[in-house]
Write a protein that binds this ligand. Structure first.
Ligand code: ZN
Length: 166
C-alpha cells in the first residue's frame, strides 16, 4: 500500500458491499444502490468510503445483484488462479480501484467458480475486463493492460454510453 492510504477492503454479498469503517473499524453494509453516495458509519458516524480494492464475487446471485443494482459502473475482471496473465492484471486493477474510489466498483469473477456468469458472458479467454452498468455489458477488452489503459477504456466506454444532459 502506498502513502499510508487506508484501504477499504470490502466483502460482497447479495445485499451490497461490507466495508470496515476507517475510524472505528466496525463493518458497515453499503447497499449497491447507494455506492458512491455519502454514507455514514452506524457506530461513529464517520463517512464511509466505497471499496478501494476489487471485491471477489463468489456466486451468480451476488453478481446479478451487483450488475443490476449498483449505482456505480462495474469493472468485471474475469480471471482464474491458474492464469499467469491474470496475475499481472491483478495489481493494475488494485491501482485502478485505489485511484477511483466511488467511481467504479471492481469485481472479480473466477471463471472456474462462477461458471454460470462466465458462460453467460461467453468468456473465451482470460483475463477479460468488461464494463457492466445497469445490468448491461457496455464493452470489454481482453489481455493484460496497465492501469492507465484500463482507466481510459472504462471512462471512454461510459462516456459513449451516457447520454449528455442537455
Ligand atoms: Zn465508525
Amino acid at each position: 500500500m502506498r502513502g499510508g492510504a487506508v484501504s477499504t477492503h470490502g466483502r460482497v454479498d447479495r445485499n451490497g458491499v461490507i466495508v470496515a469503517c476507517a475510524q472505528c473499524n466496525r463493518p458497515n453494509r453499503l447497499r449497491f444502490n447507494v455506492l458512491g453516495k455519502t454514507t455514514r458509519c452506524g457506530n461513529c458516524h464517520a463517512a464511509l468510503r466505497a471499496p478501494s480494492s476489487p471485491v471477489e464475487i463468489s456466486e451468480t446471485a451476488i453478481f446479478d445483484a451487483a450488475a443490476n443494482e449498483s449505482a456505480l459502473p462495474l469493472i468485471v475482471d474475469f480471471w482464474a488462479p491458474w492464469c499467469g496473465p491474470c496475475k499481472m492484471v491483478a495489481p493494475e486493477l488494485e491501482r485502478v480501484a485505489q485511484a477511483n474510489v466511488g467511481r467504479y466498483l471492481i469485481v472479480k469473477v473466477n471463471t472456474d467458480v462462477v461458471t454460470e456468469v462466465a458462460a453467460r458472458f461467453r468468456i473465451r479467454s482470460i483475463p477479460t475486463l468488461a464494463i457492466v452498468f445497469g445490468g448491461r455489458e457496455l464493452d470489454r477488452i481482453a489481455g493484460v493492460r496497465p492501469a492507465s489503459e484500463i482507466e481510459a477504456f472504462a471512462s471512454r466506454t461510459l462516456a459513449a454510453a451516457t447520454p449528455r444532459a442537455s
